[in-house]
Structures are given as C-alpha cells and as structure tokens.
Design a protein around this ligand. Structure first.
Ligand SMILES: CC(C)(COP(=O)(O)OP(=O)(O)OC[C@H]1O[C@@H](n2cnc3c(N)ncnc32)[C@H](O)[C@@H]1OP(=O)(O)O)[C@@H](O)C(=O)NCCC(=O)NCCS
Length: 192
C-alpha cells in the first residue's frame, strides 16, 4: 500500500480510511463546509464512497486525501489533498489517465477549527510532501472565485493567482507556486 502519514506541530495527517468515516461525515454534512466545494452536502453513505475512492487513488498514485487528526483531541479537524487535477466534474474510472495532469493541493476544516491556522499548517506539510515525492515543477491550487478564506491560505503558502481556468467542469481561480519559489520561501523561513 503506497500511503504516507504526515505530522505537523498540532496535526497528524492520515490517508483516508474507514476509521475516519464519522469524523469526515461530521464535516461533509455541513453546508458551510461544502458551499464552495461542489455545493452539495454528503450523506454518510456518500462519505463512505469517497473514502473507498480515495483509497483507490492512494494505491494508483501514492498520493490523495488525508484526514487531519488534531493530536490533542484525536478528533478529525479537517482534510486535505495532493492529487491530480482534472477538467471534468466527475472522476474517471481510469485513474492512470490523470497522471499527466498537474498536481493540486487542497484543504477543508470543520468550522469548529477555523481561525486557528490549522489549514495553513497542514498545507505547508502537504506541499513539502508534493515537492519531495514528485518530480513536479509547480503545484496548483484552485478555488471558487468567491472563496476568499481559501485564497488567504494560498497566499500564506506563497502561491500566486494565475487567473481563471477551467477545472472540475467549472471556472476556478487558479493559484500556483513553482519549485523554485517553494525552495526560496523555505530558505527564507529558515533564516528567521
Ligand atoms: C478554507 C478554510 C480551510 C480556511 O480556514 P482558516 O481557518 O481560515 O485557515 P487557517 O487554518 O489557515 O487559519 C488562518 C486564520 O487563523 C488565524 N490564526 C489564528 N491562530 C493562528 C496560528 N497559530 N497560525 C496561523 N493562523 C492563525 C489567522 O489569522 C487566519 O485568520 P484570517 O484569515 O482571518 O486572517 C476554511 O474556511 C474551510 O474549511 N472552508 C470550507 C471548505 C473550503 O472552502 N475549502 C477550500 C476549497 S478551495
């Protein structure tokens, strides 16, 4: 199994598994969480299907979605991903076909966990994983144009707005950070 668990100061990032069903569903059933990520809340069964699909992605790609476990409470605080972007709204059956697409980073938090810097903390760790493990020259992030909270996470990560682009069957604000920019930012962070 090609899965990787990651660690930050306050979080453990665990590849999606059935043990995360309750915690992920607690988040994915909330309209305020899903507002800009498809707009539809999930039933428990749908969250279970997402976990099953994500496990197939981990097996095919060696990357996909993590559940963010807050270590002090052991609860699911959020979720995030490094995965291949796609043009269509629905995922294809043939996961291999996406491997020529750019990698994207993404995140979401349970509202109880907003405003604490947890998404940015997890994002820095996931971006490091992406640049360490994959021979990519750039990492993308996409958001609904009105999703300013997510845009601020992209800014804090050092990403630049590239423009409006067609991904996931819609038009999204697309942000980018190159490998060189990431390494430059890291060396700056090390000096402080
Ligand atoms: C997008 C989303 C994850 C952002 O959450 P967030 O809590 O604003 O982001 P962070 O975890 O990085 O926290 C940053 C905020 O915490 C504050 N903060 C408090 N303590 C902090 C700390 N120790 N370190 C850093 N920031 C801290 C920051 O000031 C910042 O607030 P600001 O943006 O008002 O200035 C959240 O709004 C969400 O889950 N939305 C629904 C799902 C979604 O839209 N996902 C993105 C799809 S593209």
């Amino acid at each position: 199994m090609r899965t990787t668990t990651l660690h930050t100061q306050r979080l453990r990032l665990e590849p999606f598994d059935e043990c995360h069903l309750d915690g992920l569903h607690e988040m994915h059933r909330l309209p305020e969480v899903m507002r800009y990520v498809g707009g539809q809340t999930e039933t428990r069964e749908q969250t279970g299907s997402v976990i099953a699909r994500v496990k197939r992605c981990w097996a095919a790609w060696g990357t996909s979605w993590w559940a963010f476990i807050e270590t002090k409470s052991e609860r699911v605080a959020g979720a995030g991903c490094i995965q291949y972007l796609r043009r269509d709204a629905s995922p294809p059956e043939d996961l291999e076909s996406l491997k020529n697409n750019p990698l994207e980073i993404g995140w979401r938090l349970h509202p109880d966990c907003w405003g604490q810097g947890l998404a940015t903390e997890a994002a820095r760790c996931m971006a490091a994983f992406a640049f360490d493990r994959f021979p990519i020259e750039e990492l993308l992030a996409v958001r609904h144009p009105e999703n300013t909270a997510s845009g601020r996470v992209m800014d804090r990560l050092g990403m630049r707005l590239r423009g409006l682009e067609p991904w996931y069957g819609t038009t999204v604000a697309t942000h980018v950070i190159t490998r060189g920019e990431w390494q430059h930012n890291l060396s700056g962070a090390n000096k402080t």
